[in-house]
Design a protein around this ligand. Sequence first.
Ligand code: LLP
Length: 463
Amino acid sequence: MSRSAHPAGPRHADVLPEGHPSAPPADLNHLDRKVWASTVTRTPDGVVSVGGIEVTRLAEEFGTPAYLVDETDFRERARAWRTAFGPDADVFYAGKAFLSRAVVRWLHDEGLNLDVCSGGELTTALSAGMPADRIAFHGNNKSVDEIETAIRAGVGRIVLDSFQEIVRVAHIAQSLGRRQRVQIRITVGVEAHTHEFIATAHEDQKFGIPLAGGQAAEAVRRALQLDGLELIGIHSHIGSQIFDMSGFEVAAHRVVGLLRDIRDEHGVELPEIDLGGGLGIAYTSGDDPREPHEIAKALNEIVSRECEGAKLRTPRISVEPGRAIVGPTAFTLYEVGTIKLLDGLRTYVSVDGGMSDNIRTALYDAEYSVALVSRTSEAAPMLVRVVGKHCESGDIVVKDAFLPADLAPGDLIAVPATGAYCRSMASNYNHALRPPVVAVREGEARVIVRRETEEDLLRLDVG
Ligand code: LLP
């Protein structure tokens, strides 16, 4: 299929749908640095490139849809977090955002630790050579097998999430002749959302042990009594895609309050606190995320101040960014298949992927940006909805966005900031084949997760 402009491309519908972006950007060919990975640029001939390779070449070699990861950007971001927190703190990359063996090796190289939340993530981490003592194991219902595997491997910490798990992990550790380092995950009564934090209904969730009503203090009491456990700290994670630090401030205040109560009751000063992940990234030009050094400075100050007030030694801090490291480093490359102009209603641009490679729009009403990347265009902006090829009308990739009115089948478009929670939440809905993840760096591209094939689908279908 030709990738050139279609002379008779549709124009946008006359009536703008509700909730549309207020105005088209001044220049549709411009790539906003905020949402694109650091090496993404438009070459003089108008094609977008990443890591020095044009997307048209990448599409030919690897097909579409494909997730393209800018390895240089990933490493830079990982390093920025590491440097910002320094040697007296730990950065655990949250593998749930996206995990593969190559990613584990990049993290290892850059001195980060890893947070895993399933046996599958643990296996991936170990098989790529992440030292077990740099792994934290999370989850609200880890299986006995998972706990046993983690303890045998020697994971650095298990984050305990319930009263049952305190006993379960202690027994398994003891039966293996081990003393497992653990943290207790508590819910501090802050539920952070994108631009706000809401202090109601916060304890009504499946994660953690509530601070309220003395449950967290009771969990600490029990953990301290069990020989199989070495309680090293308290863990709190308040939410995701957060821009406002005030939620972390309240969380740190309450976690330190618990450390003080533990010292007063047991004469023990726990040496660590983990403030979780959740730092926001830019999905559209309207988002303004903070830099890692600002976040580190803010968190360090909050914790030191709170500890000073409580007359506690400042504990070692750890954080667990997932999205903030991998999210901005990748984009999804799609080929336009059809363009449907519904007069007076909306223009639908269908691509060769959809909710199976990015469920976030359907699931969270997430906002994304999109750009024509196989060429430039001087055509007028056209308001469109980018949709996938699945048998579901909610199969939306980008709800409302402007693309040039001469957009045509065969054009390549890309959705930036899809590094986090897209491949990791991808599905086989409609027996879609999950796209590959291709890492690009300094003029070289290599597949780090290959595209699924129909043989892969049939391999599991053993009926
Ligand atoms: N630590 C813990 C204990 C977590 O539960 C999470 C995310 C993180 C760290 C990393 O959060 P991040 O820095 O990546 O925001 N699927 C959703 C996000 C779910 C996050 C679950 N926990 C999404 O696509 O927005």
